[in-house]
Every structure is written in C-alpha cells, then in structure tokens.
Design a protein around this ligand. Structure first.
Ligand code: HEM
Length: 151
C-alpha cells in the first residue's frame, strides 16, 4: 500500500526531518583534503556531522521550524524532494544499515495506529511538546494521548 499513500509517507519524512532521531553521526575521518565554503578540511581530520543542523537548514527546507508534510508533496499529489531527508541516516559507505527496515517499520506502525484510532491530546491538556529529550538519540518527552476507536 505504500506507493498509494504518499501523504502518509510525507508525514514520516517530515517527522524524520523535524525530530532528527540521531542529531549527529559518529565521527568520520577524511580520506582526502576537502574544501567547504572556502575552508580546507585536511585529510585525516575528524568530521562529526550535525544531522539536525542539516534538517533544520532554511536553505534546504523553507520554514524548517514548521511541521509541514506538504513540503514533500507536489501539485500532482506525488512525493517530492524527500531524498533530502535521507541525510538523517547519513550518507556514504557507513550509512545506517537499518534505513530500509526503519522506513518500513515506521510506515507499518503509524498507518496501523491511525487506521484504527482517532488520536488527540488529553481533554483539557495541551498538545504534546515537540522538544523531546536527548539521550544519545532524540526521544519524545513523556506524554499522554487520548485514542478513540474508529471502527
Ligand atoms: C529512524 C531510525 C534510524 C535513524 C534516524 C538512524 C540513523 C543512523 C545514523 C545517522 C547512523 C550513522 C551513519 C554514519 O555514521 O554514517 C546509523 C548507523 C547505523 N544504524 Fe541506524 N538509524 C535508524 C534505525 C536503525 C535500525 C532500525 C537499525 C537496525 C535494525 C539500524 C542500524 C544501524 C547500524 C548497524 C549502523 C552502523 C552502520 C556502520 O557503521 O556501518 N539503524 N544509523
């Protein structure tokens, strides 16, 4: 069902972008000199990529602070521009081994829950904070939700 649910996929890409599950990747060592914005980074230097900085860069994603899955949907209703979010798994030969599995798991879990339940905040309580907690990976702050059976 995945290809016929582009908006669901766009929501997952937007969560991946905003939440930056892993805000950085382990250090990588440069195998050659490279130049970035006029600075030369020498061979053998350690590079620690800031993945959340990339995901929140306004030159890559307009209005990055806004949760907007529509940014990944074009006028024909097709997925668009989502490849940029794959940097959340980083790039190159040591990219995340679980990337495909993670994408399938997120799709299955989210669509199964949304199909069966209406999800809302607890009556009288504010919406869940998007700030989260950083413990090696970025996880949500404790929260309560109200789920109503849809079927
Ligand atoms: C949304 C979920 C996930 C995110 C955002 C994520 C992100 C990352 C990132 C940023 C790296 C570092 C890549 C690098 O240094 O170049 C990594 C490495 C890795 N991830 Fe994930 N990951 C996720 C889920 C998973 C899952 C579900 C598995 C396994 C089932 C997994 C297995 C691995 C492994 C084995 C590595 C080390 C790869 C290597 O060093 O060669 N990840 N992941």
């Amino acid at each position: 069902d995945r290809p016929s649910l582009p908006y669901c996929q766009a929501v997952i890409y937007e969560v991946l972008r905003m939440a930056s599950v892993s805000s950085g990747a382990p250090a990588h060592v440069l195998s050659a000199d490279i130049e970035v914005n006029g600075y030369t980074l020498p061979k053998d230097a350690w590079l620690i990529p800031g993945l959340s900085t990339i995901n929140w860069d306004p030159s890559i994603h307009t209005e990055p602070e806004k949760f907007n899955p529509g940014r990944f949907i074009n006028d024909e209703g097709q997925l668009f521009g989502y490849e940029k979010v794959y940097t959340s798994f980083f790039i190159g030969p040591r990219t995340c081994l679980g990337q495909s599995l993670a994408m399938i798991e997120m799709f299955l879990i989210i669509t199964s829950v949304v199909q069966k339940y209406d999800i809302g905040n607890e009556p009288g309580n504010p919406l869940v904070s998007l700030e989260g907690i950083y413990k090696g990976v970025h996880i949500p702050s404790p929260y309560n939700l109200c789920l109503k059976n849809r079927l």
